[in-house]
Design a protein around this ligand. Structure first.
Ligand code: SIN
Length: 300
């Protein structure tokens, strides 16, 4: 048993006053709570610090915030211009805001974000950050999980690091938003998800990318949108590798799970994480507002 002083030191060593903000790590791998009075009034230099903290911890949760849709848009713009959000009809009054909403009456309908993915990785330049503000959280369930693709890269064997540096991933929204998927989205009475043929387009990104801000190497994979690999000749080996990559990148040891409270504002880095919204709150309403920030083309 450690003496009480040593235990206190251990506790406080994960609560860091990084760059003037109280940053509390959530796991040994990714995720942090950042304590800020009001994100709406951050100075430019505080905002720069928050961005650095978000890149470093890959997902941050800022509790007790209150942003009207336009205020969330303004906050997101401070991280960068808005990203294009295809297939999902935005809020009519605020075209940059997506209401992530499942009504109590929608029961067990498939939820938005209910599969491991990195936002819109099928685009030529997928979003850098997503900002999600919790407004109406069910009494239980509806947690979100994130996994670190940086940690997943670091844990690869040298042989896989070498092999994957010659592999590219083919990203497409085909199995999420092409017309054959329309029925699956129609169970959400308050979200209008419009599937169309453009979902069959493909985009090629390196399997190993370099994060443009931290310069860390990332295993840039997600099973929702990566439907093929280039640089693996054998078809059976290709399927085996895609299944392996999914299991590896979403291994529990690379994840953090957040139980939302109303007022939480999450910012995650799509260049280094995947996420997954759990759908275990049938009979309750869940509403969060989402904005996305434009990114750049992923590079090796
Ligand atoms: C999303 O994938 O953007 C939604 C995440 C969530 O609802 O928790």
């Amino acid at each position: 048993m450690l003496p009480q002083n040593a235990m206190l030191i251990l506790y406080w060593s994960h609560v860091l006053y990084g760059r003037g903000m109280r940053v509390e790590r959530l796991t040994g791998v990714l995720g942090a709570m950042v304590h800020v009075d009001d994100v709406k009034v951050l100075t430019d230099s505080q905002l720069d610090s928050l961005r650095e903290i978000a890149c470093e911890h890959e997902v941050i949760i800022i509790p007790n915030q209150s942003l009207a849709p336009l205020e969330q848009v303004d906050f997101s713009h401070r991280l960068g211009p808005a990203a294009e959000s295809p297939f999902i009809e935005p809020s009519p009054d605020h075209p940059e805001v997506i209401k992530v909403l499942k009504e109590a009456k929608d029961g067990n309908a498939f939820n938005f974000g209910g599969a491991w993915h990195s936002d819109f990785s099928f685009q030529p330049a997928p979003p850098s950050f997503t900002v999600l503000h919790a407004l109406d959280i069910p009494p239980y369930g509806g947690d979100t999980l994130w996994s670190s693709m940086t940690a997943a890269y670091n844990a690869l064997s040298d042989a896989y690091k070498e092999q994957f540096s010659h592999v590219a991933a083919i990203h497409t929204a085909r199995d999420a938003y092409s017309p054959k998927m329309q029925a699956i989205h129609s169970g959400l009475s308050s979200m209008n998800i419009v599937c169309d043929e453009t979902a069959n387009d493909t985009e090629i990104h390196p399997l190993i990318t370099t994060h443009p801000e931290t310069e860390k190497l990332v295993l840039f994979f997600n099973r929702a949108y990566v439907r093929d690999l280039m640089g693996v000749a054998d078809e059976i080996e290709k399927l085996r590798l895609m299944d392996w990559l999914h299991l590896h990148t979403t291994d529990a040891k690379f994840t953090v799970r957040h139980k939302w409270s109303n007022g939480d504002l999450a910012i995650w880095d799509n260049r280094s994480t995947q996420h997954y919204a759990l759908n275990d709150y049938a009979g309750f309403r869940r509403e969060l507002h989402r904005t996305t920030v434009a990114g750049t083309r992923p590079l090796q």
